[in-house]
Design a protein around this ligand. Structure first.
Ligand SMILES: [Zn+2]
Length: 471
């Protein structure tokens, strides 16, 4: 169990929530995504980072959970990028390689913490709006822990990420041009179904999970002069800032880095806000789909991180991003997704403008793998995606319905399914339903009889609700 805090504070109305806290929406002012965990450093006492160099090493500074879910996330390498540094004329460049997480992006940290919380609270289903990485992460962690995972994606999503969601058996729905609209849809669904709301831009656990990246950087090289971070909702840059702030408040460090936030010039609302520019983004578009968000929900927090740290916000073109992507791959053997490559593009620009000095130490946050963002899987049609979603709901749902109708046994179920599959397959499904506590079994006259559980009834009800929603 973590020593850590469980106090949530609403940034909009200053309400404070203790033990029984809302998960993402303030119960007083009703705003979604305004909640943030606050640490009482006095109650924490002396903090020690112990155990393996992985995410849970920092459990003392995370919101308290009882289940520690893991696919071995975190503990990612921080490479000294010597060839690339020489090429761009900088003395010390480091790449924080978050592609080395289990699903190849930094979001695995947030997924680990959220699924831990879901297990603590007994959730059987989760919903998440995502432009890719968070959906892929959540799908994997939900698969591992037997939670039903539903993801709403916008029209432009990297195919590699979509492939991950599908292979990890999540139900995927496409809704909206950009993730802004997908988030609204996911919020409606969670309110109507009661599923756990795992959208990274509104769930307060995201920032807590991601601040561990700052802890790791500190343990790996101390405090760098500059950290460059891609910005979509703005939550990630604030996470990094919060990590360094906490180390400072705990008396572990004295200096803090300047934080530089990067967006694509195809969609740069946080940069516009930083520059005091009023600009309506008419056709938001960039190859860096993971940072494509028109109304960044964590904009104010991002600006706070940038201003308090003495940093700045900058937009780079897709052309600069592609060039940086190739340089990083060719000189450092690291294939980063466009949003991450944008940090190198920004660094080059700021070195040219002497905003960053040649002798400063710079860390670029490489959030996700380039393999997720290639077009190699384009052949996978959208039709196939929808068929998979339907298949996901088919056989187990039918079996559950039969058992919900009356207590019955395997052979009878096999007959009622029209003898379309082997008896072994029916028993396999029954075992899986039982392992998820959706059905229970008792022996009567030497025969196994199956009954639906309360959890099974809830799942059936949820399936019905989502079918109504999707129709
Ligand atoms: Zn509030």
């Amino acid at each position: 169990m973590c020593k850590g805090m469980s106090t949530l504070v609403c940034a909009k109305c200053n309400s404070v929530f203790g033990e029984v806290a809302p998960e993402y929406r303030c119960e007083n002012c009703g705003v979604a995504g305004s909640l943030e965990y606050k640490v009482d450093y006095k109650s924490i006492g002396k903090v020690s980072f112990s155990g393996d160099f992985t995410f849970w090493r920092y459990r003392d500074l995370l919101p308290s959970v009882k289940n520690f879910v893991s696919l071995h996330e975190g503990g990612t390498p921080l490479y000294r990028a010597e060839r690339l540094a020489k090429h761009i004329r900088l003395s010390r460049l480091y790449l924080k390689d978050e592609t080395r997480n289990p699903t190849n992006s930094f979001r695995d940290r947030a997924a680990a913490l959220m699924v831990s919380k879901m297990l603590d609270l007994g959730y059987a289903a989760a919903i998440c709006a995502s432009s890719g990485n968070m959906g892929a992460s959540l799908a994997a962690y939900c698969a591992k822990y037997g939670i039903s995972c539903h993801i709403v994606i916008p029209r432009h999503v990297d195919v590699g990420k979509l492939a991950q969601m599908i292979i990890y058996d999540a139900a995927v729905e496409e809704y909206g041009e950009t993730v802004d609209e997908s988030i609204k849809r996911a919020m409606r669904i969670s309110e109507e179904t009661g599923w756990y709301q795992a959208t990274s831009a509104i769930n307060p656990l995201t920032i807590e999970a991601q601040k561990t990246i700052a802890f790791e950087i500190f343990e790996q090289i101390g405090v760098p002069d500059v950290v460059i971070v891609p910005m979509g909702s703005g939550g990630t840059i604030y996470s990094i800032w919060k990590g360094f702030l906490e180390l400072n408040d705990l008396g572990i460090i004295r200096e803090k880095p300047r934080l530089i936030g990067v967006q694509s010039s195809g969609c740069s609302p946080i940069v516009n806000a930083y520059l005091g520019r009023e600009e309506i983004i008419e056709k938001p578009m960039t190859r860096a789909t993971s940072i494509l968000m028109v109304n960044p929900l964590r904009r104010d927090l991002a600006l706070k991180a940038i201003r308090e740290s003495g940093g700045l916000a900058v937009a780079v073109s897709d052309h600069e991003i592609l060039e940086a992507e190739q340089e990083m791959a060719r000189m450092e053997g690291l294939f980063a997704e466009p949003a991450s490559s944008a940090t190198i593009a920004a660094l080059k620009r700021l070195l040219n403008e002497s905003v960053i000095g040649v002798n400063e130490s710079v860390v670029c946050l490489i959030t996700g793998s380039g393999l997720k963002a290639t077009d190699v899987l384009k052949a996978m049609s959208r039709k196939r995606k929808m068929i998979l979603v339907e298949a996901d709901l088919s056989t187990k749902e039918k079996i559950l319905r039969i058992i919900a109708g009356k207590e019955t046994y395997g052979y009878e179920i096999w007959k009622m399914l029209g003898k379309t599959m082997t008896k072994a397959a029916v028993y396999q499904h029954l075992n899986e339903l039982k392992s998820k506590d959706l059905i229970s079994v008792r022996i009567k006259n030497g025969r196994k009889y199956f009954t639906i559980t309360e959890k099974g009834k809830k799942v059936l009800k949820a399936i019905e609700e989502v079918k109504v929603l999707l129709s």
